[in-house]
Write a protein that binds this ligand. Structure first.
Ligand code: SF4
Length: 487
């Protein structure tokens, strides 16, 4: 850097002081202070509510997500999806600014809805909020009713809406309330006594891995179970490149979603991202209902398949039995490379619970487990899970902590690897350990969102990624006499 462009600090920090602090932040003393922190979050392991709402709003056929609030927030949601999926993430926003904050956002909403409908002709426009209209108390019920009464959008255009204040929840809560609102809107008046579509409604929850969604669908196909996925992002966020941009590239068909109320069964695979939706479904939908853990590893995949077999009175297909045997074989082959290894795991509660369960199956130790913005119920569930295995002994689950807390844990009580999304890369780098990217968002590696981590195939994919990385590290760091052809 030349002398003219060099940054001149107002109060320069002596090199010696920088070195002292660098060492100090790796100490127990600093960790104690860090864990005493109450009014500041550093690198949280969650995103904001409307981002979750946008994921589900995108996942229906012809649906245009509509952000009521600030343009900057809308850009953040879109760019996060762009970066994770490396696909366009269509959504519109009514761009509230200072006048909206003072006088309310009704005029912005009117203009935004009218323009968006005229330009993009959506079949549905789910509306959700950023923090600003939530702070001033905008009344979405009245605003949307007024927009329809004024003829700005057609009366019969589905416009489900959800209040998604980020100061009170995370992306999984936004996902939940938006899904509930969309289903309430689309299923209104569709319930027919005695009618049964014979279909399974499958709720994947907030999952940035389209490979997982396709794996769920493949399992249903193998079991010959007709299904409706509520809601399906797979073709929206992973469409092929054929030279033609499609604004509405896929998603759950609106008529299928409307009919879901008469389904044979509804299964949610993310308890904590569908709490409100399932509570409502419990009282409104016909058919049986089940909330299952995400099928990470063999045991939890067995649970899903056996439940589906029971609900639909189907045998477990030979193909799935074969895949299970392959997974068990692959786990046995790779066991020695994971057994006893310590891991730090962070992310969404349903993901973390699944990953911890998988690690315990492999004889690995989920040493530091962290979920930010979590309830005591989640902590209790994690503690109980750790207690089920000898490999859970000495492991600790932390809730309402962030990735700066995690950094303190990694440098004072080291582990062999970390599992979570891209946000963990700073802590992993400081601790000198690999980060295994599982979760959302993954914005610094390619194609991981297409690689399933659930089901039998997902178990093989995960252990392959983890075991091979440890073997790479061994080859890269061992002394010459230990550099072996075979590992
Ligand atoms: S936390 Fe609130 S203000 Fe910040 S990006 Fe999310 S919605 Fe916008």
């Amino acid at each position: 850097m030349s002398a003219e462009t060099a940054v001149k600090f107002v109060t320069p920090t002596p090199e010696k002081e920088i070195e002292r602090v660098k060492k100090w932040i790796n100490t127990e003393d600093y960790k104690e202070k860090n864990f005493a922190r109450t009014s500041l979050v550093i690198n949280p392991a969650h995103a904001c509510q409307p981002l979750g709402a946008q994921m589900v709003a995108t996942a229906f056929e012809g649906s245009l997500p509509f952000v009521h609030g600030s343009q900057g927030c809308a850009s953040y949601f879109r760019s996060t999806f762009n970066r994770h999926y490396r696909e366009p993430a269509a959504a519109t926003c009514d761009a509230m600014t200072e006048d909206g904050a003072v006088f309310g956002g009704q005029n912005n909403l009117f203009e935004g809805l009218e323009n968006a409908y005229a330009l993009y002709k959506p079949k549905m426009m789910p509306v959700y909020t950023t923090c600003m209209p939530e702070v001033i108390g905008d009344d979405l019920t009245a605003f949307i009713r007024n927009a329809k009464q004024k003829g700005l959008i057609p009366e019969d255009l589905p416009t489900p809406y959800a209040n998604t204040p980020s100061f009170n929840g995370t992306h999984i809560h936004g996902y939940d309330v938006m899904l509930k609102s969309i289903l309430q809107d689309l299923t209104e008046g569709q319930s027919v006594e005695g009618k049964c579509t014979g279909k399974l409604n499958i709720i994947p929850g907030f999952d940035g891995n389209v490979g997982n969604l396709r794996e769920y669908k493949r399992i249903c196909d193998l079991m010959e179970i007709p299904y409706t996925m509520l809601a399906d992002t797979s073709d929206v966020f992973d469409s092929g490149c054929d030279g033609e941009y499609k604004l509405y590239a896929g998603g759950t068909k609106l008529e299928d979603a409307a009919e879901s109320i008469n389904g044979k069964a509804t299964v949610s695979l993310q308890k904590y991202a569908s709490t409100q939706t399932m509570k409502w479904i419990e009282s409104e939908f016909t058919g049986q209902k089940a909330v299952l853990p995400m099928p990470f590893g063999v045991k939890k995949t067995d649970e899903l398949i056996l439940k589906l077999a029971e609900l639909f009175d189907k045998p477990v297909p030979e193909q799935l039995k074969k895949e299970r045997a392959l997974a068990v074989d692959a786990m046995t082959d790779a066991h020695q490379y994971l057994h006893g290894k310590k891991f730090a795991v962070f992310g969404d509660p349903d993901y973390v619970i699944g990953i911890v369960s998988f690690l315990l199956e492999m004889g690995a130790r989920p040493w530091h487990v962290l979920v930010s913005r979590a309830t005591k119920k989640i902590k209790k569930e994690l503690d109980a899970l750790l207690e089920t295995s000898v490999y859970g002994e000495g492991c600790t689950a932390y809730i309402n902590k962030d990735l700066w807390h995690m950094r303190s844990l990694l440098v004072t009580d080291p582990v062999d690897g970390m599992i979570g999304d891209t946000h963990g890369k700073w802590a992993a780098r400081d601790a000198g350990i690999p980060l295994f990217r599982i979760g959302f968002p993954i914005i610094d590696r390619v194609n991981l969102h297409r690689t399933p981590v659930i089901g039998y195939q997902g178990a093989i994919n995960m252990l392959t990624m983890i075991a091979n990385k440890f073997l790479d590290i061994k080859d890269e760091t061992c002394e010459d006499q230990w550099f072996e052809m075979m590992r």
